[in-house]
Design a protein around this ligand. Structure first.
Ligand code: HEC
Length: 135
């Protein structure tokens, strides 16, 4: 009995870690995200809705102006500047969507919004973040 548990417990712990890591999007982008099409047209209405959601959900980490300087980011984390043209986790609408939906790994400093926002709202936020680039 003893032998089984010493083998099993570490094995289970490993399996749990792998499952968690698989959900979050890691640097380098995502083939799944590259194939996704943004179903929400990027018009003034969508950008405005996305901006409101951003101020409510993302601002304390990414900052009111999305430059990554939010005052309440957890210590030791570095929320990305979302206004530059550098996208560590992929630059297509779909890839940005997946980061917001599933969170940014591997340590999950940013949690996914899957259970908090309907998909349409996530696309609105994508459109808002994108609109910052254009300027
Ligand atoms: C708890 C703090 C926190 C919150 C809240 C948060 N983020 Fe993040 N976000 C981060 C961190 C930290 C990273 C960088 C992770 C890394 O690179 O390891 C990140 C990365 C990202 C990226 C990837 C940028 C790139 O260059 O590829 C996007 C896009 C993003 N966040 C958008 C959002 C949006 C939109 C929201 C709100 C819906 C949000 N984040 C909420 C902390 C946060």
């Amino acid at each position: 009995m003893r032998r089984i548990s010493t083998v099993l417990v570490p094995a289970l712990a490993c399996a749990a870690l792998v499952t968690v890591a698989a959900g979050a999007q890691n640097p380098g982008g995502s083939p799944e995200g590259k194939k996704m099409k943004n179903p929400v047209a990027s018009n003034a209405e969508s950008i405005k809705a996305g901006q409101a959601l951003f101020q409510k959900n993302c601002r304390f980490c990414h900052g009111a102006d999305a430059k990554g300087d939010g005052p309440m980011a957890p210590e030791g984390t570095h929320p990305s500047n979302l206004t530059d043209d550098k996208w560590d986790r992929g630059s297509t609408d779909g890839e940005i969507f997946l980061v917001i939906r599933d969170g940014a790994g591997p340590k999950f400093d940013m949690k996914g919004y899957k259970s908090k926002m309907p998909e349409t709202d996530i696309w609105n936020v994508v459109n808002y973040v994108r609109s910052l680039q254009a300027k």
